[in-house]
Ligand binder design. Sequence first.
Ligand code: APR
Length: 313
Amino acid sequence: MKNKITIVGAGFVGATTAHWLAERELGDIVLLDIPATETMPKGKALDLMEAGPVLGYDTKVVGTTDYADAANSDVVVVTAGMARKPGMTREDLVGINQKIITDVANNIAATSPNAIVVVVTNPLDTMTFLAYKVLSAKGFPKNRVIGQAGVLDSARMRTFMAMEMGVSVENTHAFVLGGHGDEMVPLTRYSTIAGIPMTELMPKERVDAIVQRTRQGGAEIVNLLKTGSAYFAPGAAVAEMVEAILKDKKLVRPCAAYLDGEYGIKDMYFGVPVVLGRNGCEKIIEVALTDEESAMMNKSAELVRGTMSALKF
Ligand code: APR
């Protein structure tokens, strides 16, 4: 039987994710939005199907505002919610997006009880935690609720590393852990070019500049776009995660996972290296951190806790 992938939120990130996924022919795609958007999801879905003959994919894409069409999905990607405007932090979005994520999670639980849920809505760690709170009350285990952040942040860092060295992005590998915010934790000693740590290939000030640009990567795009936030790279990052899940690849990537003592952190979603497979977040990999790295992780966790405290139950 074909896989079924639902994307909740047919905005910029949702539609772009659908685009990257359609090309990979991983399964049927449902693009779902709120009734107020009327026929918009249908328009985007049909447009994507009409790209199929040119690009050579047979992916079926359905646009809808009715969760009945999304029933029994294997994977549900959540991009519903408001995006940042210039001057806004991801944290500013808590109030608005809490209502949306609660509604979306309840609908997913009712219609796709066996799905693996990948959350993209910001503030990421907090919204993934919230989705898990709602979904776990309906029987979802922690491995089936995952947040997308580290794949994107690492991709941004890889882009900057390749630019700096004048080499292919394919030669780069980066590991960005922690919360998806200004205090995220790019692990430079595990970030490599052709297997060589970046710290051995460039002076410290260039490493620091790349770390800083990575941390500000989302804001850099927001300030350039002026009307919203990034969507091409976030969509590509989600598509990689969905592919790893549906193909049971056991792909190691940094993702927001529910921590229950790992890395000394309890009862929150936070970016750590995980194994992605058919059961979602199948394993959390714990690596020994230096004192400096641990301090950065703790600072980042504090920031996420602060944002989580803005949730109103
Ligand atoms: N259910 C389903 N869809 C919803 C709901 C809801 N309850 N509420 C809002 N939406 C839809 C909107 O109608 C809109 O089409 O979510 C979509 C969001 O799309 P955009 O405004 O284009 O925002 P986008 O750039 O896609 O960002 C979405 O992803 O990266 C994060 O920070 C970003 O939180 C933001 C999210």
